[in-house]
Design a protein around this ligand. Structure first.
Ligand code: CP
Length: 340
């Protein structure tokens, strides 16, 4: 078991080995048990985490803040309007200063083309661990909670498990690519057979797909692509129906130069795909006992029907959401405490 975690950044799981992640899961399962038993586990007494949210959050914000309280520390819940970031203060200056005052920095910045770069810039300059609370490319904490939930429902050996990560229709907003991209990078490392489905105009980023194929090759999983939701869910043991914006259809520089036009084009493509919903008819196409997962928030009756998401024999979305707490605590305990 690797025990050198202190001050490691957590921005992308691809930088963490299976052995590293194995330690994270051991700690997460232990903390989940202790939480359930009401046993104190103050592993980070008097430590401070600074959380900066550029976008709204329910699960991530509260997993981190409640997690820090339960670990004996404190989390500052910061948004851009409360900070000099609003007046243009740099990622470097923000990171250096916060890391002189506390023990961890965590940020959510999902702006397409710049969010991940912002986090990496903070990490280059901070003296403490920098954690991604989701960016435009990755959502590493979501990936951990997803895998923990799969372990709980299917056992620790996930080789050959058939998981479908499907684009789905939504109207709330063009969701980032980071959740499906994290899943396609991470799941095949555990031997999972992943099918990715999306309509024309909604690809994942090309460099992520290439890396995911390499991960599948190394981890023994499979990565398959489909252009039809029925075909993708047929025989699936787990279905993850989730919207993502069509950002991956453009090179980042082209998107940033023509954002307004690209957004219009994305909206036109979106309107053609209202039928991409995981509903009772598609449950019947999947494997018997299929499970629904979703990072939440869900666009109900657009991405997934109410009767499917509210069916406790199918839906494990609340287990998945709760595991955000236990996995967040494990990463914080290891990176902000742990051995030097
Ligand atoms: N899944 C997730 O990241 O949820 P929030 O946006 O509420 O944090």
């Amino acid at each position: 078991m690797n025990s050198i975690f202190r001050n490691r950044h957590f921005i992308n799981e691809d930088d963490w080995s299976r052995s590293d992640l194995g330690t994270v899961f051991e700690v997460a399962f232990d903390l989940k048990k202790r939480f359930a038993a009401g046993e104190p586990h103050r592993l980070l007494p008097d430590k401070t985490l600074f959380m900066i949210f550029f976008e709204p959050s329910t699960r991530t914000r509260n997993a981190m803040e409640a997690g820090m309280t339960q670990l004996g520390g404190h989390a500052h819940d910061l948004t851009v309007d409360k900070m000099q970031i609003a007046h243009g203060e740099s990622a470097k200056d923000t990171a250096v200063i916060l890391s002189r005052m506390g023990h961890g920095i965590a940020a959510r910045n999902c702006f397409y083309g710049t969010g991940n770069a912002y986090l990496n810039e903070m990490a280059r300059h901070a003296r403490c661990p920098v954690m991604s609370l989701q960016d435009d490319v990755y959502h590493p904490f979501q990936g951990l909670a997803d895998l923990m939930t799969l372990f709980e429902h299917f056992g620790r050996d996930l080789r050959g498990l058939k998981v479908t990560v499907s684009w789905a229709y939504a109207e709330s907003h063009a969701k980032p690519l980071s959740v499906p991209q994290t899943q396609v990078l991470l799941f095949p490392r555990y031997g999972i057979d992943v099918t990715v489905a999306h309509p024309p105009g909604f690809p994942l980023s090309r460099h992520i797909v290439e890396k995911a194929k390499q991960n599948a090759e190394a981890g023994g999983g499979k990565l398959t692509f489909a252009g039809d939701m029925d075909e993708a869910v047929r025989g699936a043991q787990v279905v993850i129906p989730k919207n993502w914006g069509g950002f991956g259809a453009w090179e980042i520089d082209d998107y940033l130069k023509n954002e307004t036009e690209c957004r219009k084009e994305m909206a036109a493509r979106l309107a053609k795909n209202k039928g991409w919903i995981f509903d009772r008819r598609r449950v019947a196409l999947a494997a018997p006992g299929v499970k629904l997962m979703h990072a939440l928030p869900a666009d109900r009756n657009r991405e997934v029907s109410d009767e499917v998401i509210d069916d406790e024999s199918i839906s494990i979305v609340y287990d998945e959401a709760e595991n955000r707490l236990h996995t967040a605590k494990a990463v914080m305990a290891l990176t902000m405490g742990g051995r030097g």
